[in-house]
Design a protein. Sequence first.
Length: 218
Amino acid sequence: MHKRILVVLPHPDDEAFGLSGTLAKQISSGAQVTYACLTLGEMGRNMGIPPFANRVTLPEIRKKELQESCAAIGIQDLRMMGFHDKTIEFEDQDLLDSRIMDLIQELRPSLIFTFYPGYSVHPDHDATGAAVVRVVGSLPEQERPKVLCLAFSRNCQEVLGYPDVTQDVSEFLEAKMKSIQSHRSQFQAAELLGSKTLKDKEIIDRFGNEKFWTYKFD
Ligand SMILES: [Zn+2]
């Protein structure tokens, strides 16, 4: 059981498909979750279907969507870190690392969720994961929180093996779907469900498990 969990991801909506069910589950068993979202995803191409956002309004819209998603999951502490979308890989590494280190020292999490560096498709995802493992790896071994990573590059299972942590979130699909639905400038969550309900086997098979790789520091 983890009392304090830190989530470090670069974009509003990164939490929705990959780990919103896991977070809702952990929170329901008493965990305190802090979600450090590095950017507002303000360079995103999606403006809603039909479009209701534009370049100027998108950051504010995505901020509200993120808050709504966090409320759906039950996340108690959302930190919007103010970095710029699509530039995490070019950020001053010392600044990025020190902001993450500050969070770890303040919160003392026993578990951190992030992306697996090198296997997470988007450069912001990889750069975020790389920063987290750099910072955690700099701590003495006995002080390191466990790091669980999301990965979805095509070769990730080939190289990393099968994910070693699977969370059954079938009882938390309502929170998960609400989290996905919150990001309406990005997805049409209703289309995911179609005529199906959260009790349908197809939906449970598709969304009911969340998988992670434990980052190995040696
Ligand atoms: Zn993302």
